[in-house]
Design a protein around this ligand. Structure first.
Ligand SMILES: Nc1ncnc2c1ncn2[C@@H]1O[C@H](COP(=O)(O)OP(=O)(O)O)[C@@H](O)[C@H]1O
Ligand SMILES: Cc1ncc(COP(=O)(O)OP(=O)(O)O)c(N)n1
Length: 273
């Protein structure tokens, strides 16, 4: 069994962060380990408190895991501060594994999960190490410094993110309003989209964490990047389409759905380049 590591914040509500990552890893048959960057007091209504870990303790967690497990792929989520990002980057530089960077910035209730002063560290320290970066539209705007209104804007933002050193970027379309939920994938020489029908639901807490954790699990299992993204898209579509109806706010997605449905989901793929 392959081992993966998530470096992220804890969501006490269990729908996002470390908890979503570990549930996704478990469902996809990889062994999940974790380094916790921050505790959040959180439920489906919002984030009520944030307690960051000391950067040295984040380093200690990563180094402990790396010293004992053959970690095939790493995922980062909420990193909170420039100091924690520096600690994570310094540790990861010592290890060769796939790295999926989910550049978590704000929660659905607008609580900041990344200090404004940490954005440049994310770009200069972590993106150059990334196999894949998975921003949503507002995160892609912040990483690229561009306003995204059209597909040309998405391409321009992706170019800037690739120029920062990432091997590939998925700009996720969850925040757009088209009938299809379309994600845009860019590498140095390919561009394609993956789409599934947009589902009308309030149960979308942790969609980004879950999607990027699924990409990480598939990469660890030897899937090529394109196939890992397509399979992760199935995982998140099924998780959103069969909600478990918990909580009075934005409820969690259903991490069991992919397994129960044996991954049975149509993804429309459009090769642009
Ligand atoms: N209502 C929805 N119906 C179908 N897919 C969705 C929906 N909302 C988000 N997605 C998909 O979930 C994944 C996460 O996207 P997004 O919600 O934009 O991320 P984040 O949680 O980081 O804001 C993407 O693959 C996106 O297309
Ligand atoms: C601890 C923690 N990490 C990340 C998030 C944000 O998760 P995301 O998948 O982007 O989902 P939403 O916040 O958009 O529901 C979080 N809330 N908490």
């Amino acid at each position: 069994m392959e081992t993966v590591l998530t470096i992220a914040g804890s969501d006490s509500g269990g729908g996002a962060g470390i908890q979503a990552d570990l549930k996704t890893f478990q469902e996809l048959g990889v062994f999940g380990t974790s380094a916790i960057t921050a505790l959040t007091a959180q439920n489906t209504r919002g984030v009520h408190g944030v307690l960051p870990a000391a950067p040295e303790f984040v380093t200690q967690q990563i180094d402990c895991v790396m010293a004992d497990f053959p970690v095939k792929a790493v995922k980062t989520g909420m990193l909170f501060s420039a100091e924690i990002i520096q600690a994570v980057a310094d540790s990861l530089k010592k290890h060769a594994s796939f790295l999926v960077v989910d550049p978590v910035m704000i929660a659905k209730d607008r609580t900041s999960l990344l200090q404004q002063s940490a954005v440049s560290a994310l770009i200069t320290e972590l993106l150059p190490l990334a196999t894949l970066v998975t921003p949503n539209i507002p995160e892609a705007e912040t990483l690229s410094g561009l306003v995204i209104e059209t597909q040309d804007d998405i391409s321009a933002a992706a170019k800037r993110i690739l120029a920062a050193g990432a091997e590939a970027v998925v700009i996720k379309g969850g925040h757009l309003s088209d009938k299809q939920a379309t994600d845009y994938i860019f590498t140095a020489d390919t561009v394609f989209t993956v789409s599934t029908p947009r589902i009308e639901t309030r149960h979308t807490h942790g969609t980004g964490c879950t999607f990027s954790a699924a990409c990480t699990a598939f990469l660890a299992q030897g899937y090529h990047l394109r196939d890992a993204i397509i399979e992760a898209k199935k995982f998140i579509h099924l998780a959103i389409s069969q909600p478990i109806n918990l909580g009075s706010g934005h409820g969690p997605t259903n991490h069991f759905a992919y397994h129960i449905n044996k991954g049975n989901c149509e993804v429309a793929i459009n090769d642009i380049r």
